[in-house]
Design a protein around this ligand. Structure first.
Ligand SMILES: [Zn+2]
Length: 118
């Protein structure tokens, strides 16, 4: 399952950061940017995260997911367009195949919300 691997990578990234902090902060929220074109289902990702985070330092941390739309750029027309996912990956004007993706493939931590633990 795609989302399970994503979640493992996410948790490892946050853990690296957490381990490097001297004063262990209390993480409250993880803000994620998820591109529309990553095929990651936000609901499944949240579910996988909750399952894997339980009984770890990330227990009860909320995953906040912000989706980024798929936007491509047509070099022929010199303009951006929104491909229709699963229907048409080509420029609606000149029909050139989608070659340049400007956004929609990101899967990254935007920021962490935490408070000090004392
Ligand atoms: Zn075009």
């Amino acid at each position: 399952m795609h989302e399970t691997d994503m979640t493992k990578a996410l948790i490892l990234t946050v853990k690296d950061w957490y381990d490097s902090q001297l004063e262990k902060p209390k993480i409250e929220k993880i803000h994620l940017l998820v591109g529309e074109f990553t095929c990651v289902e936000p609901v499944s990702l949240k579910f996988a995260f909750e399952a894997q985070a339980s009984n770890t330092f990330l227990e009860n941390v909320e995953l906040v997911i912000k989706e980024k739309p798929l936007i491509a750029f047509c070099h022929h027309c010199q303009r951006e367009y929104r491909p229709e996912i699963g229907i048409q990956y080509a420029c609606p004007d000149c029909n050139c195949p989608m070659e340049d993706i400007r956004s929609g493939r990101e899967l990254k931590i935007e920021r962490l919300e935490y408070s000090s633990n004392y």
